[in-house]
Design a protein around this ligand. Structure first.
Ligand code: DGJ
Length: 553
């Protein structure tokens, strides 16, 4: 499903015609139900994910890797409820779908979709197949062992590398056949659209070497870059001429990996046109392209354009965020939120300090966000994520989802159509600001709810948030002088930028509340007096404010 195709994707499902499909409310065997497919639309200010035809903000969480079996699901659902999540991301492994070639087993999918519906959750399926963190560990044994039919990349020395070659036509065909079976099963068994998106493969590319060195790959690498790519990136010549020596191998591997995955995605969408995306193991966003780590060939920042040219059926490429520093995370989100690519964060570390990056994601118009490793199976991927999913760690994410869950769709629409800005506490704990129209929005940290840290007349203890990686805010500008603000562990102030002589800015009204489904504001109370005298002070329990600014002379 390409973004530019504004599809009215209305699937008419004749329920009675599908054997084994149980819709208990179906009074008549002839009953027909129209279900709109999820889709992504481009809006003036960003992108909108539509589910059941309505704006949707994916308040997601990803289960651990090996939680993809019916016996594990009871340890997944309670965590989703605890988080106030609306969407579970979970793997479907090629090895479990097609344990023997041509024999397909859908029993896990049956349990998964049934459980998701019972728990009022949507699903994003992660197709772990030719690539999972680059390796083929989730491919069936009959694929892993047959290197004649399913070739691995060749090293420069001529030995087998661990990664499957993206130039392996029969590997592509076998993966595609299985993926089409998966999508066909969904078409026939998910008229409710419990599954809203699919991620074909997981963290693709290669470590250890940057591309295949088989004779076929060497031949291709010696030639010019493909003309579609040349047209898209406005460069031509050899891979090295077009991308420079440090990026040429990664660009080459990206092109062929993305073409491979695009063909699989297209075949799946032919059956059921769901939004599809590919996630990236990231390099350092501040490193010189091709030198900052990450998986070579995955949709990492330096090769997003290559992926866009190669994979028109991949609706977006998405960052897996385990970088810890605010400046890195902000830069990654800036680079993935593009007019041709909605920001979605399919993985972010599940340690509490990552939770504040939810605010930056919302500020970049993210259509979804999901901490990784969220279930009660007792596994911890520390030092990437949390040592332990204790109550405080879970609450760092849950508190934010709790605020957004009842108004997620309304927020999604507002964010897609209005300027937004999000920020999180940086390493040096300094404040941040931005300009929105004629207003400057200032965010600061480690302030009590009353007074100022540096006040000479009212001294205070150091704030307990000092040294703690918590705090952040998101602001949507809904009119020249009106803003929606949500934040945690932060203080916000608005100031008049470029004030005329004698002109002063003032808060006319600060209302706490929520959003109605139509986007209108439902006020609970007005903040004034101590609640506004020193700025708008947010604790660890975020709230939504509508701020109306004005001026006087
Ligand atoms: C990123 C991968 O995409 C996940 O599946 C998982 O392996 C994490 N890394 C590490 O826990």
């Amino acid at each position: 499903m390409a973004l530019h195709r504004w599809r009215i994707a209305l699937a008419l499902i004749v329920l009675a015609a599908i054997p084994g499909l149980l819709i208990p409310t179906a009074a008549s065997a002839q009953q027909t139900q129209a279900v709109e497919l999820p889709r992504i639309e481009k809006r003036e200010g960003g992108h909108l994910l539509l589910v059941d035809g309505e704006p949707y903000l994916m308040l997601g969480a990803q289960a651990n890797n090996s939680s993809n079996y019916p016996a594990m699901l009871p340890k997944v659902w309670p965590m989703m409820a605890r988080l106030n999540a609306n969407t579970l991301e979970i793997p479907v492994a090629w090895e479990q779908l097609e344990p023997e070639e041509g024999r397909f087993d859908f029993s896990y999918l049956e349990a998964l979709l049934q459980g998701a519906r019972a728990n009022n959750l949507r699903l994003v399926l992660l197709w772990f197949a030719s690539w999972k963190n680059t390796g083929p560990n989730y491919a069936p044994a009959w694929v892993k062992t047959n290197t004649q039919r399913f070739p691995r990349m060749t090293t420069p020395e001529g030995t087998a590398h661990y990664v499957l070659s993206p130039h392996g036509r029969s590997t592509l065909e076998a993966d595609k056949r299985a993926f089409v079976q998966l999508m066909t099963w969904l078409r026939d068994n998910d008229p409710q659209r419990t599954v809203i998106m699919v991620q074909p493969q997981n963290e693709v590319g290669a470590y250890g070497q940057k591309r295949d060195h088989s004779p076929e790959a060497e031949h291709l690498f010696a030639g010019p870059i493909p003309s579609e790519l040349a047209q898209h990136v406005g460069r031509s010549g050899s891979w090295t001429e077009a991308f420079g020596p440090s990026l040429a191998d990664a660009a080459f591997n990206s092109w062929y990996t993305a073409r491979y995955i695009d063909e699989i995605a297209a075949a799946g969408q032919q059956v059921l046109d769901l939004p599809m995306f590919t996630n990236a193991a990231l390099s350092d966003p501040f490193a010189q392209a091709g030198t900052g780590g990450g998986a070579s060939g995955g949709p990492d920042m330096p090769v997003i354009d290559v992926w866009k040219a190669a994979a028109p059926h991949i609706d977006f490429v998405a960052p897996d965020i385990y970088l810890r520093e605010e400046r890195q995370v902000a830069e990654v989100m800036r680079l993935y939120a593009r007019p041709d690519n909605p920001l979605m964060v399919p993985e972010i570390g599940n340690a509490a300090d990552f939770a504040r990056y939810f605010w930056i994601a919302l500020g970049r118009g993210a259509i979804g966000f999901a901490p990784f490793g969220m279930d009660y199976t007792g596994y911890s991927n520390y030092p990437l994520g949390a040592k332990e999913l204790d109550a405080a760690t879970i609450e760092a994410f849950a508190s934010k989802y709790r605020l957004f869950a009842p108004m997620a769709g309304a927020w999604a629409r507002i964010a897609a159509e209005n300027p937004t800005w999000g920020t999180a506490k940086p390493k040096d704990e300094s404040g941040q600001s931005t300009r929105m129209g004629r207003w400057t929005v200032n965010v600061s940290y480690n302030e009590w709810q009353f007074g100022s840290r540096d006040s000479p007349w009212l001294t205070s203890d150091p704030h307990p948030n000092e040294g703690q990686p918590v705090g952040g805010a998101v602001v949507a500008q809904t009119g020249p002088d009106t803003f929606l603000v949500a934040a945690s562990d932060a203080r916000l102030n608005f100031g008049l930028a470029d004030a005329q002589p004698g002109e002063n800015g003032t808060m006319l009204k600060v209302e706490e509340g929520t959003l109605n489904p139509d986007g209108s504001f439902a006020m609970r109370r007005v903040w004034n007096g101590d609640q506004t005298d020193y700025g708008l002070n947010f604790t660890s329990q975020p709230v939504l404010l509508r701020v109306t600014m004005g001026t006087y002379r």
